[in-house]
Each structure stands twice: as C-alpha cells, then as structure tokens.
Write a protein that binds this ligand. Structure first.
Ligand code: CAA
Length: 240
C-alpha cells in the first residue's frame, strides 16, 4: 500500500511541486492550503491530488484536519512542513502584528503540523519529516527579521526531532531553498529582485522542482541514515 504524505501549503509554489513529485513517486498525497480556494480547486482538477483547507497557525484546526486526512487516506507517514508566509519590512517599520503572523505560521505552524502526527509515527516505528526552511534562515535578510527568525528556528526543530525520533526510525531534515521562482519571490519589487539574482552565482532563480526532487530523496528508504541534516539548494549564493 502506498504511503500517505501530507504537504502543507501543498497546492502552490514549492509545495505544489513537492505534492506532484511525491504523487508521481507513488505516494498518496494530501495537500493543505490556507485560503485560496480557486487555486486549490484548479490544482486538484489538474493533478487529482486531494486538498484540505486549514490554518497551520491554529493547533486545533491542524489536529482536526490531520484527523480527517487520516480517516480519508490512512496514517500519515511522511510530512512536509512547507507552508510559509512573508511580511517583509525593515525592522524599524516592522509591526508586532507582522512579527506575530510570521512566527505563528512559519514556526508554530511547523509544531502544529508535526505534533499531532508524531505519536503515530513513534508507535508505527516509521516516519519521514522534511521542513522547508530558507537560505534566509541561514544568512539573515534585510527586511526579514521575522521570517529569518522562523526559518532559523525550523533548523532547531529538525535537529531536536532527529535526536528524539532516530530510534523509532523517524528522520527529520530541513531543506534551505535559495531564491526560487515562485509567487513569494515574484512579489519582491523588481529592482530588488534583480539585485538579488545578481548575487546568485548560478545567475538564475531556482525551480520548485529542484526542491521537490530533494524531498523525494529525503523521504525515501534510501535516506534512512540522513537525520537532522540541512540541505542547501541556492545556486551557490551562500555556504554554511
Ligand atoms: N539590502 C540592502 N538594502 C535594501 C534591501 C536589501 N536587500 N532591500 C531594500 N533595501 C533598501 C532600499 O533600497 C531602501 O533604501 P533607500 O532608503 O536608500 O532607498 C531601504 O532599504 C528601504 O526603503 P523603504 O523604507 O522605502 O522600505 P519599505 O518600507 O518600502 O520596504 C521592502 C521595502 C519591503 C524592504 C522591499 O524592498 C523588499 O521587499 N525587499 C526584499 C526583501 C527580501 O529579500 N525578501 C525575500 C522574499 S523571498 C523569500 O523570503 C523566499 C525565501 O525564502 C528566499
């Protein structure tokens, strides 16, 4: 029977590419989305992948949503915590609301996604967790004190979970994408975006599929000894 994979923020951007890659690899995929019903419906029509709507920032909604996925498809064995938002502003202009929204979604949202699934993984003695962090969690970024803090925090989550899950054959790893050609990056003002691309030795933005293929490997049986790692994919823009 095929393994069930949950991809948060799985109907758009990098998440959509991950959902499709995993479906192609034989997983039964559930993709979550927060608000864009139209994009989610179009995604399901195109791919046949089931979508579920809930706010990852809310623990009870996440718990109920995951219970529904498990009732529909079976136990979730693979989790890709991908959902994320930006609320960019220079620090002197950043509001407490901009701080809180990003923390609630990108950091607490990862807790809310993994925590309800964790006991089942421990019982079944198998699990694969991948958290989509960011180059900006590694290097920081002008106007992203909030976002960079969450993406650095995501690395702390996987390094700790890796130690707790290892003996139950659960792995937790992070991917730090650089600048990828998604709506999130296209929302950066054009002049700023051009200056960012000029700092990427590859001379281009990455493609969502280039991240999805890393996920496919990290969740495979072949990757069982890779645990607590951070995989960077940024066109040589930054080295840890
Ligand atoms: N480095 C240095 N200076 C920068 C800068 C940068 N990356 N980005 C903006 N600035 C400068 C501007 O040129 C401007 O300088 P001047 O005052 O000399 O003109 C100043 O900072 C900011 O000006 P404003 O006060 O007018 O800023 P604002 O309130 O209008 O905010 C902004 C503008 C939101 C910061 C906008 O410039 C922006 O969106 N910058 C990009 C931030 C970014 O890189 N976000 C990444 C998004 S993609 C992502 O997050 C995905 C991922 O994981 C990689």
């Amino acid at each position: 029977m095929s393994r069930v994979a949950l991809v948060t923020g799985g109907s758009r951007g990098i998440g959509a590419a991950i959902s499709k890659e995993l479906k192609e690899a034989g997983y039964t995929v559930a993709a979550t989305y927060a608000g864009n019903d139209e994009a989610a419906a179009a995604f399901t029509a195109e791919t046949g992948i089931k979508t579920y709507k809930w706010n990852v920032a809310d623990y009870e909604s996440s718990k109920a949503g995951i219970a529904q996925v498990e009732a529909d498809l079976g136990p979730v064995e693979v989790v890709i915590a991908n959902a994320g938002i930006t609320r960019d502003a220079p620090f002197h202009k950043m509001t407490p609301d901009q701080w809180k929204e990003v923390i609630d979604t990108n950091l607490t949202g990862v807790f809310n996604t993994i925590h309800p699934i964790w006991p089942g993984m421990r019982e079944r003695k198998f699990g694969r967790i991948v958290v989509i962090s960011s180059i900006n969690g590694q290097k920081g970024q002008f106007a992203q004190v909030n976002y960079a803090a969450t993406k650095a925090g995501d690395l702390g989550i996987v390094k700790s979970l890796a130690q707790e899950g290892a003996r139950a054959n659960i792995t937790a790893n992070a991917i730090c994408p650089g600048y990828i050609g998604t709506d999130m990056v296209m929302a950066v003002p054009e002049k700023v975006r051009e200056s960012i691309i000029a700092q990427i030795p590859a001379g281009r933005l990455g493609e969502p599929e280039e991240i999805a293929r890393i996920v496919k490997f990290l969740v495979s049986d072949d990757a069982g000894f890779i645990n607590g790692s951070t995989v960077s994919a940024n066109g040589a823009q930054f080295f840890v």
